[in-house]
Design a protein around this ligand. Structure first.
Ligand SMILES: *[C@@H]1O[C@H](CO)[C@@H](O)[C@H](O)[C@H]1NC(C)=O
Ligand SMILES: *[C@@H]1O[C@H](CO)[C@@H](O)[C@H](O)[C@H]1NC(C)=O
Ligand SMILES: *[C@@H]1O[C@H](CO)[C@@H](O)[C@H](O)[C@H]1NC(C)=O
Length: 416
C-alpha cells in the first residue's frame, strides 16, 4: 500500500459587517488594504474584528490549551479565508502594515502560538480550507491545510477500505501544523511520519506568491500513564498504564509478539520511581510513543524531523487541572518541571531531543527584538532539528529574507 499524501496550502478571510469607527486604525487600514487588493471583494465572507459578536467565540473555539482561553492578548482581526487570493491579500497587507500573522489550523500548539502574540497581529484561521480530494487509483490525496486529521481519515475511509494516511491519533489536530512538524501516529513504524508521505505541496511566501512542484529541493517544509484514583476509595490512588496500539495483522500473531516485547517497553519495574512522581499529581499523563521500524530507515536529513535511527520513544508529558488560578497553575507547572528533570538521565542527550509538535517555549525562544543569532537559536533549534537546523536557516534566508513569518520559535535568519 502506498500511502496517501498531504499538502499544506495556506488560507484567509471572512468579511461581514465591520464597524470602522470601533476598530483600531491599524485594523481599519488592513481591511482597506485587503479590499483594495482583492480582485473581487464580495468573495470575502467575513473578517471578524473584536466588536463582532462572533469574535470571542471564534477565537476561543480552537484554543485547545485552556491556560490561554482568557488571554489578554487578542488579535486585531481574525480572517477566515476560503481561497488563495484572500490569503495572498492578507499576507501582502499584513506585511505592508507591519502586522504579524498567526496561521491557525487546529489550534493544538501547546504554547498557543497559532493564536497568541505579544505584538500587534492577526489570526488567519484556515478552517474553511478543509477540502480533501482522494484519488484511490493513484493512492494519493490533496488535503488543504485547514482540514483536521479526522476529516482527512473520514474522507479516505469513505472511498477506500484499505488505504490510510499515517498521521496522529487526535482527530481535531490540524493538518497544516501536524505535517509541518513531522506528524506521527499509530502507523509510524510501518510508514514513517506524515511528513515522510507528503509528495507535493503548495506554499505561499511573504509576497503571497504561490509555489508548487518547482519548490527548491531543500525546502521541506503511545504508552499512556494515568493516575486514575482508587475507585470508591477516594484517598487511594492507582496508576494505570494504557497501551494505545495498532497492529497490522491478526490476533494470533500479535499475542506472542506482545508477550515477547512487553517486558521491554523501556520501563523496568525496579527502576520505575516515576510511579511515585505520578502519584503526586491529580491528572498526570506520560505518553511513550514507539519509534523504530520504518523510522530507522529514513535518513535524518530527509525531512526537518531528525529523530530517527536509534530513538526508541517520543515522550509526551502532560498534566491537567480543573481549578483556575495562578497558584494552581504554578503548582502543576512546578511538578511538570520536576518530572522533566527526573527523566533527564533516561532520555537522549547532547542535546536532549524535542519534537516541534510538542512545542516547548521553556527550551528557548527568539529574542523579542527580532534579531536572534544562530548560536542563540541553536539552543532550541538543535533540540528540534539537530543538524537540519542549519539547513533550515539557509532555506529561511532564501524564501523569507525579511523574516515575515515569525514567532517565538520560528526559524531565524542567519545574521552575519
Ligand atoms: C475564563 O473566563 C471565564 C469567564 O470570566 C471564567 O469563568 C473561567 O474560569 C476563565 N477560565 C480560566 C482558565 O481562567
Ligand atoms: C509467553 O512466553 C512465555 C515464555 O516463552 C511462555 O511460557 C508463555 O506461555 C507465553 N504466554 C503467552 C500468553 O503466549
Ligand atoms: C535499576 O534497578 C536495579 C536494581 O535496583 C539497579 O541495579 C540498576 O542500576 C537500575 N538501573 C537504572 C538504569 O536505574
Amino acid at each position: 500500500m502506498k500511502s496517501l499524501i498531504g499538502f499544506l496550502s495556506s488560507l484567509v478571510l471572512i468579511a461581514s459587517a465591520i464597524s470602522p469607527a470601533s476598530s483600531s486604525s491599524v485594523a481599519n487600514k488592513l481591511i482597506e488594504c485587503i479590499a483594495n487588493n482583492n480582485i473581487n471583494p464580495s468573495s470575502f465572507q467575513t473578517i471578524f474584528n473584536p466588536e463582532s459578536s462572533l469574535f470571542s467565540l471564534l477565537l476561543q473555539s480552537r484554543v485547545q490549551n485552556l491556560r490561554y482561553i482568557n488571554s489578554t492578548t487578542k488579535p486585531l482581526l481574525i480572517l477566515t479565508p476560503s481561497d488563495d487570493t484572500q490569503i495572498q491579500s492578507a499576507l501582502l497587507c499584513s506585511r505592508e502594515q507591519g502586522i504579524e500573522i498567526r496561521a491557525r489550523c487546529g489550534g493544538h500548539d501547546y504554547a498557543g502560538i497559532s493564536y497568541l502574540s505579544d505584538k500587534p497581529y492577526i489570526v488567519i484561521d484556515l478552517f474553511n480550507l478543509n477540502e480533501v480530494q482522494v484519488d484511490v487509483k493513484e493512492e494519493t490525496a490533496w488535503v488543504q491545510s485547514g482540514a483536521q486529521l479526522g476529516e482527512l481519515y473520514y474522507a479516505i475511509a469513505r472511498q477506500s477500505t484499505h488505504l490510510a494516511f499515517p498521521a496522529g491519533l487526535c482527530p481535531t489536530v490540524g493538518v497544516g501544523g501536524h505535517f509541518g512538524g513531522g506528524g506521527f501516529g499509530t502507523l509510524v513504524r510501518k510508514y514513517g511520519l506524515a511528513a515522510d508521505n507528503v509528495i507535493d505541496a503548495y506554499l505561499m511566501d511573504a509576497r503571497g506568491q504561490r509555489f508548487a512542484h518547482d519548490v527548491h529541493e531543500d525546502l521541506f517544509v503511545r504508552i499512556l500513564l494515568l493516575n486514575v484514583g482508587g475507585g470508591d476509595d477516594k484517598k487511594k490512588k492507582t496508576v494505570q498504564a494504557n497501551f494505545q496500539a495498532l497492529f497490522l495483522g491478526t490476533k494470533d500473531r500479535v499475542i506472542p509478539l506482545m508477550n515477547k516485547s512487553f517486558p521491554e517497553l523501556g520501563l523496568k519495574a525496579e527502576n520505575c520511581t516515576i510511579w511515585k512522581m505520578m502519584l503526586e499529581e491529580d491528572v498526570p499523563i506520560v505518553i511513550l510513543e514507539p519509534l523504530g521500524g520504518k523510522m530507522n530507515k529514513i535518513p535524518e536529513s530527509y525531512t526537518p524531523f531528525p529523530h530517527r535511527k536509534g530513538h526508541l520513544y517520543n515522550i509526551q508529558y502532560l498534566v491537567k487541572w480543573d481549578k483556575n488560578g495562578k497558584e494552581e497553575e504554578e503548582r502543576h507547572l512546578e511538578w511538570m518541571k520536576r518530572l522533566y528533570d527526573y527523566m533527564e538521565p533516561h532520555v537522549s542527550k547532547s542535546p536532549r531531543a524535542a519534537y516541534l509538535n510538542y512545542r516547548d517555549l521553556d527550551i528557548g525562544m527568539n529574542s523579542a527584538g527580532g534579531k536572534t543569532s544562530f548560536s542563540e537559536a541553536s539552543v532550541w533549534g538543535q533540540r528540534y532539528f539537530r543538524d537540519n537546523f542549519k539547513r533550515l536557516t539557509e532555506v529561511k534566508g532564501m524564501f523569507d529574507p525579511e523574516n515575515f513569518f515569525r514567532n517565538e520559535q520560528s526559524i531565524p535568519l542567519l545574521h552575519k
